[in-house]
Design a protein around this ligand. Structure first.
Ligand code: ATR
Length: 273
């Protein structure tokens, strides 16, 4: 049977096996999907061994995405832009192809929530790997403006300079930000520590859409804060998780699984509904 897995550290709580097993059942594809948690300095060897032993493809998550970028034979254009690889496929001619489906997953999830990206003013919080992966797919939707704000302003400036050939992207400090924005995407890891990015509450209004790439069994700190300040449409990163997985599944199997039912089952599994 064709074998796939996700590499990460820690990876025990990954929902990818759950999601891909449901995709396989739904599309009647014969495959198995597992977990691998190599020591941080043993990822390269573990990856080589997996493919030498007949593995067909894998996902790569924290902290290995940047390393995976350097280990594959060929990069897709979107992986090259993202500077990170979250999906690897062994092609029929034996080439390890590195791809990145995170940004496509974000955009697919935003669209599934009915968020309009074209001609909109988008504020992206954070300038780490998650922000980098999101930029090209967001700019491809032709927003009127995309502003990056980051605690360390120089990183936002670097990112804006790197992507300004793709669209109207600029960097501003948190203090400089002037609304109204139509959509705020939190790509920072602040919610992991229960912290908030230092955003002025005045930027939140009733018609704004709020997206936090993080997720949990209850609202993230950022989503709770935005709701308190009047945001009516808030979304967490669970949908992005399912959508990036669907994109990876499509890369591997050439067939696109439906995501709605799988997202519902995942929510049930996590105790969210
Ligand atoms: P990832 O790959 O998930 O993006 P990362 O590369 O470590 O992770 O980036 C984390 C991002 O969250 C950074 O933009 C970081 O800001 P700095 O560049 O200033 O470090 C941001 N971040 C983390 N904790 C934060 C906090 N408490 N408030 C604001 N931003 C925070």
């Amino acid at each position: 049977m064709d074998r796939y897995l996700v590499f990460g550290h820690p990876v025990r709580h990954s929902k990818s096996p759950f999601i891909h097993t449901l995709f396989a059942r739904q599309t009647q594809q014969e495959l198995e999907y597992g977990l691998a948690e190599p020591a941080v300095d043993e990822f390269a060897q573990a990856l080589r061994t997996f493919f030498a032993q007949g593995g067909k493809g894998c996902n790569v998550t924290v902290p290995f995405k940047e390393q995976a970028f350097t280990l594959v034979d060929r990069l897709s254009p979107r992986a090259k832009r993202a500077g990170a690889v979250n999906t690897i496929k062994l092609t029929d001619d034996g080439v390890l192809l590195g791809d990145n489906t995170d940004g496509a997953g974000l955009v697919a999830d935003l669209k599934s929530h009915g968020v309009t990206l074209g001609d909109s003013r988008i504020l992206l919080l954070g300038a780490g790997g998650a922000a980098r992966g999101a930029l090209a797919p967001l700019l491809a939707e032709l927003p009127s403006e995309l502003v990056i704000a980051n605690r360390t302003h120089t990183k936002a400036q670097q990112l804006a300079a790197e992507f300004c050939d793709l669209g109207p992207v600029t960097a501003q400090t948190y203090e400089q930000l002037a609304g109204p924005f139509d959509l705020v995407i939190n790509s920072t890891s602040a919610s992991l520590q229960g912290e908030l990015p230092p955003l002025a509450p005045a930027l939140i209004h009733t018609d704004i859409a709020i997206y936090d790439m993080m997720y949990g069994a209850s609202d993230t700190a950022f989503i709770s804060w935005a709701k308190q300040h009047g945001a009516r449409q808030t979304m967490d990163g669970l949908g992005m998780l399912v959508e990036q997985a669907a994109e990876a599944f499509t890369v591997w199997r050439g067939i696109r699984p439906g995501t709605k039912q799988v997202l519902r089952e995942l929510k049930r599994n996590l105790g969210v509904i």
